[in-house]
Ligand binder design. Structure first.
Ligand SMILES: Cc1ncc(COP(=O)(O)O)c(C=O)c1O
Length: 484
């Protein structure tokens, strides 16, 4: 993929549906009063006595130099990247926006011009949203983006449809807005359309109908599942039928990698060149979205580093002013140095093609970790657990073969398991902490465990999984009839 693809893509004629009737609390948001004067600030010849902006001479940074990985296989492993104080002569507005004098200043809450331009071009090239009037806005990562989505469509008393096992922040943020979560059953392909349809067709007449759904469709946290395209289509069709917005939280989208083969069948070793990069990634919900009912959240946390606190949100243009108003009273936009570095790196330094090459390496690293972890699991946990092999993301979701009748201390088998793990010096997360409901304790006896293979040194997989196997065996896993 290259920026040329963007210009070659035919812009669809179709416009988004008018879905503003779904707005929640955000309908009361307005632009902060001073921002309404911004269009005048940069008019030629204007002398500004208006904005309370500090003069760039007072900024404590004169330039920014960071060291980044080189993509040149024959050159040095790392190279410097420098952001100058002033824009270079002849720089385009997007290039100029990166300079310290611009990126460190107050500015648009949609992100610096160059950052927005990258996110827009990248989204167009990768997802080809099938309607014309969409746009992007910078976020401080997907956690921020999700909070803004809930503040956009949600109001106290509403309901949020989500996976029965999900990212805990979604449950906690919804609950803090007095939005109740409605967990939908999952299978090995993610959210079950049959259960979603059941919930929506039997919804009580005296409760306001759900108008929003939260999904992590790729390398789902915690189950590791990547929802196949047919399943995505089925869920999207139900969202259309019941007029529901979809919040597509997809931080693991770029961490898709080649399928697992058991060690005996792994003949020719793969290389980074065999990983998808930016081609052949599964179509997103945004790519299916003919109505403009998907709000897609992208993050650089899992590709460039969580500390950047940068991401972007893509939505139908009708919704973006309300997100912008919310930004104006909260985060404003990601920090200037973070936006400047990400923009410079992904546009002038690497470009789209370089980013694809970088991602192939990253994906290959996760591919090798996943393989090595599952090889170890195959050696030590056979008969003790069941799981779906992940082809994206960082997680394996184990269903423990806990025999019926194992209750653990105080009738809390998962608490006993956790204590056993801590004593054995290996830790993974009991499944119930990912329950899609604030009453997580109600699912505290369900025999699930999430293991992340992203952070541990691969040389430590062997002792970690051996310890886990010891604790599971001590609890009776793999012997006797299974608990339900
Ligand atoms: C599903 C999901 N969404 C969002 C996040 C956080 O993303 P960000 O760092 O962009 O806020 C995570 C990280 O663990 C996640 O698993």
């Amino acid at each position: 993929m290259s920026p040329t693809d963007v210009t070659q893509a035919v812009a669809p004629e179709r416009k988004a549906l008018n879905l503003l009737s779904l707005l929640g609390d955000a309908a009361r948001r307005t632009q902060t009063p001073i921002k309404t004067l911004y269009p005048y600030f940069n008019l030629p010849g204007m002398l500004s006595l208006a904005a309370g902006q500090p003069h760039p001479d007072t900024f404590a940074i004169r330039s920014l130099t960071v060291t980044v990985p080189s993509l040149d296989d024959d050159g040095p492993a790392e190279v410097p990247l420098t952001i100058p104080f002033e824009p270079a002569t002849g720089a385009t507005p997007a290039e100029a926006s990166v300079a310290v004098t611009r990126s460190m200043q107050y500015g648009t809450t949609r992100g610096i011009t160059g950052y927005q331009a990258f996110a827009r071009a990248h989204t167009a090239a990768l997802h080809h949203p099938p309607y014309a009037d969409w746009d992007v806005i910078a976020t401080v990562g997907n956690t921020d983006g999700l909070a803004k989505c809930l503040g956009l469509i949600g109001s106290g008393g509403d309901s949020l449809l989500l996976d029965e096992w999900t990212y805990p922040a979604a449950v906690d943020t919804a609950t803090s807005h007095n939005i109740s979560t409605v967990p939908i059953r999952m299978d090995r392909d993610g959210m079950c359309p049959t259960d979603l349809e059941r919930v929506l067709t039997t919804w009580p007449a005296d409760r306001s109908r759900p108008k929003m759904m939260y999904l992590v469709p790729t390398g789902q946290n915690p189950t590791g599942v990547t929802m196949p395209i047919e399943r995505r289509r089925a869920i999207y069709a139900l969202a259309q039928r019941f007029n529901v917005m979809i919040f597509e939280d997809d931080p693991y989208y770029y961490l898709q990698y080649a399928a697992y083969q058991p060690p005996t069948e792994r003949r020719t070793p793969l290389t980074a060149g065999d990983q998808p990069g930016l081609s052949g990634l599964i179509p997103s919900f945004l790519a299916l979205d003919v109505d403009g009912r998907v709000i897609r959240l992208d993050s650089f946390s899992k590709t460039l580093g969580p500390g950047f606190r940068t991401g972007w949100l893509t939505a139908s243009k009708q919704f973006l002013p309300y997100i912008e108003y919310h930004h104006e009273t909260t985060t404003q936009q990601p920090a200037g140095p973070a936006q400047a570095i990400v923009t410079e790196l992904l546009t002038r330094h690497w470009g789209h093609d370089g980013f694809a090459r970088y991602l192939r390496r990253l994906q290959h690293g996760y591919y090798e970790r996943r393989n090595r972890f599952l090889d170890t699991v195959g050696r030590h946990l056979d008969g003790l657990v069941d799981y779906v092999v992940p082809d994206a993301g960082m997680f394996v979701w184990f269903r423990l073969r806990l025999p019926a009748g194992v209750t653990g201390a105080d009738d809390q088998p998962m608490q006993s398991l956790l204590q056993g793990l801590v004593a054995a010096k290996v830790i993974a997360i009991p499944g119930y902490l990912f329950a899609g409901q604030i009453d997580r304790a109600a699912r505290s006896n369900e025999p699930y465990l999430r293991a992340a293979f992203s952070i541990t040194n691969p040389d430590d997989f062997e002792p970690a999984v051996e310890r886990l196997a010891g604790v599971l065996r001590a609890m009776g896993c793999g012997s006797g009839a299974l608990s339900t």
